[in-house]
Design a protein around this ligand. Structure first.
Ligand code: EPZ
Length: 421
């Protein structure tokens, strides 16, 4: 198992380009199950979750190959199973549930292992299932699997009880091949949902209301070939901007969509960091004396929960008292005890972390517990005095492409080593 050895403190500076968004590339891969035609995807991040999803697609009869740096996905004859996503795959990656809608829409049947609990919360999929039932599917839960069938899905009106990201994506992919019109209400507004709608539209789907809480989908008989560039990863990009501000550095995120990071830009400015927004770039200069700031996570366009841990690390270095309220997931403060081991002063009460900022951090051996918590610990290591060792960075590799190399280019001293113990 790899670990990161980080020598701090450092002052990051330079330009960095985010990879394509993991959380947009995953539904884009699932959408390939909706057609017999080739789909070509550009800016697909080389991260572990993508590799896992490609293995699942191969299992379901969709092959892939590299095409001049882009990913070409085509149906391949050899199917080990036409419509089942097995436990072995789903247990390693909850996002596998994204094959449910497309398989059902395309084959009239899908059998997908029910995702279990996860480090950050219970994360039920009741809204995915209720939505598919509204479109006429018969859904049974048995032996740890969701078994859903429908000769052909039919258009309907469905309102999500919560604006769920993958729930919206699953229903969108189910509705594009359903008979008639579907109206989805209280949909998630995340940029990754919009990106999926752009791909489906390029494949021939008819979707209105993109970017609003209400999506109206006219079902079509079939979908065709398309080429699509995956949107820039706002969470990866935001992580580097926070690192720049936290280390008193000067970091420019290039080739990105600043509007997708509006909540972060506002919060960084509130802490006193200098933020310059260009057409496709964001430059952050740390002031060296950051100010405390309260934060509440919320579905987009609120502050993303996937940047909460990284921003909390920054607030440990901001003078004053900050309150960080996590409203999306019920167990997303596992990075706090590790930050406190590095010298931070954070107290968690219910869904709020109270940060007494401005205490110096010192390097320590820490353990990553999930994807974004591991990024938070890397940022803390960059600002800490001395050596920090972050174990279990396999969590990080799920969603950050070559993080140590990108940090190196910004002047960070981060080494990946294989752990012997
Ligand atoms: C997506 O997860 C992302 N994953 C998560 O990113 C991200 O944290 C999350 O959206 C919120 O932004 C992918 O896109 C692959 P939700 P998802 O359904 O879709 C409740 C990362 O770090 N809910 O929007 O699973 C749920 O429990 C990951 O990259 C129900 O109650 O999240 C949660 O409290 C972590 N019933 C809230 O809604 C449902 O059927 C939002 O969850 C579905 C969700």
């Amino acid at each position: 198992m790899d670990r990161f050895v980080i020598t701090g403190p450092c002052r990051l500076s330079g330009a960095v380009r985010a990879s394509g968004a993991k959380n947009a590339a995953l539904p884009a891969l699932a959408a390939c199950l909706l057609t017999d035609e080739p789909v070509r995807l550009a800016r697909v991040p080389q991260v572990r979750d993508i590799h896992t999803f490609l293995r699942l697609l191969a299992h379901l009869g969709v092959g892939h190959q590299d095409a001049e740096g882009e990913l070409l996905l085509t149906p391949c004859g050899a199917r080990r199973s036409a419509d089942e996503a097995p436990y072995e795959v789903v247990k390693t990656m909850r996002a596998s549930v994204l094959v449910l809608g497309p398989l059902l829409a395309r084959h009239g049947h899908a059998r997908v292992s029910l995702p279990g609990g996860c480090a950050i919360g219970v994360r039920p999929i009741d809204q995915h299932l209720a939505g598919l039932e509204a479109l006429g599917a018969e859904v049974r839960l048995e032996h740890g699997y969701v078994d859903a069938s429908a000769p052909r899905l039919r258009g309907a009106r469905f309102r999500f009880a919560v604006p769920t990201v993958t729930g919206t994506e699953n229903l969108l992919m189910a509705a594009v091949l359903a008979r008639g019109q579907t109206v989805l209400e209280n949909c998630a507004l995340e940029p990754e949902v919009e990106d999926l709608a752009a791909l489906l539209t390029a494949m021939g789907a008819r979707i209105a209301g993109v970017g609003t809480p209400t999506l109206v989908i006219e079902g079509v008989e079939s979908l065709g070939a398309a080429r699509h560039e995956v949107v820039a990863d706002r969470i990866e990009g935001g992580t580097y901007l926070i690192a720049g501000a936290m280390t008193g550095g000067d970091v420019t995120l290039v080739d990105t969509r600043p509007a997708d990071l509006a909540p972060l830009i506002a919060k960084l400015a509130e802490t006193g960091a200098r933020v310059e927004v260009g057409e496709r770039s964001i430059r952050v200069q740390g002031s060296g004396r950051l100010r405390a700031s309260d934060l509440t996570t919320a579905p987009h366009p609120g502050f993303p929960t996937d940047l909460q841990a990284q921003f909390l690390a920054l607030l440990t270095q901001a003078e004053g008292e900050s309150a960080v309220c996590e409203t999306v997931f019920e167990n997303r403060f596992q990075h706090v005890p590790e930050l406190n081991r590095m010298g931070a002063e954070i107290r968690v009460e219910g869904n709020t972390a109270h940060v007494h900022g401005g205490t110096p951090l010192s390097g320590a051996r820490v353990m990553a517990t999930d994807l974004r918590a591991s990024a938070c610990l890397v940022l803390a290591g960059l600002a800490a005095e001395g050596e920090t060792v972050v174990d279990r960075i396999y969590h990080l590799d799920r969603g950050y492409e070559q993080m140590e190399i990108k940090l190196h280019r910004l002047g960070g001293r981060v080494e990946r080593t294989a752990s012997t113990s």
